[in-house]
Design a protein. Structure first.
Lengths: 132, 124
């Protein structure tokens, strides 16, 4: 499924992103936060339990990064390697700040590449973040 | 029953690593000398004239060459902040743990940043 966004109560002012089909196709910021929105990521859950190989969650501080591009913003600002058959959790009370929004992919290709490989099975991603 | 307390764990097997002069000029290689899991990262990036950096962790027991060795993990550290990253299930380092920091995301070497005040890793 595509990324689904749930807004938390106003007092928290945050959003929950749930994407059960993360693969090597870029999920651009227009989907997850609105183009150009400043975002602060507080929590990430990345589920690679369906795969027998390491899969990398890569987040880009870019509303629509070019895979293998040469610009600094085409490089991932966050990389999380999930070992085979594991689910990884990252909690960041002070948040990971992205001033221009973010995009993401899941791939088995560790290096930055023009055509990152897809995991054998799609991964799941849940994230709590704010935007402004 | 009476209550009691102990000021110190008696069988702690977590290991801590502290770095107070990380600029990215010199990569740190296999700092624990073992495979294992990383449970937390504490970074104080408020000292001096802080700059945004990208902390890059490498799952290897070999010498790390920034710009060539591909990181397994990257964490953006904004300038002037104290960041805590916690990993309840641990991040897997199947070979060893090396790290560095630079002003550039991705694998790129980029440039050094002003030294961060404190980097503390919790590893087991």
């Amino acid at each position: 499924m595509a990324a689904a966004i749930t807004q938390l109560v106003d007092a928290l002012g945050g959003f929950v992103l749930s994407d059960t089909a993360v693969t090597n196709t870029v999920v651009a910021n227009a989907t997850v936060g609105g183009a150009g929105a400043t975002t602060n990521i507080f929590h990430i859950e990345f589920d690679n339990t369906a795969n027998a190989a390491v899969t990398y969650l890569k987040i880009y501080e870019n509303v629509n990064p070019t895979m293998g591009g040469t610009a600094a913003t085409d490089e991932p600002s966050f990389v999380l390697a999930a070992a085979a058959s594991t689910k990884e959790y990252v909690s960041v009370p002070s948040a990971i700040a992205h001033s221009t929004g973010f995009s993401y992919i899941a791939t088995t290709t560790q290096a930055e590449a023009g055509s990152p490989s897809a995991p054998a099975s799609a991964c799941s991603l849940a994230m709590i973040y704010t935007k402004a | 029953m009476a209550f009691s307390q102990n000021n110190q764990f008696t069988s702690v097997d977590f290991r801590y690593f502290r770095d107070t002069a990380l600029t990215g000029a010199t990569s740190r290689s296999n700092v624990f000398g073992a495979s294992g899991k990383l449970y937390s990262i504490f970074v104080n990036n408020t000292a001096g004239t802080p700059a945004t950096g990208y902390l890059k962790l490498y799952d290897t027991n070999l010498a790390v060459t920034e710009g060539t060795t591909v990181p397994s993990f990257i964490f953006k550290i904004s300038s002037g902040v104290i960041e805590n990253f916690t990993f309840p299930d641990g991040l897997t380092f199947s070979s060893g743990l090396g790290y560095t920091i630079s002003d550039s995301p991705g694998t790129n070497a980029g440039a050094t940043i002003n030294a961060i005040g404190n980097l503390i890793l919790t590893f087991k």
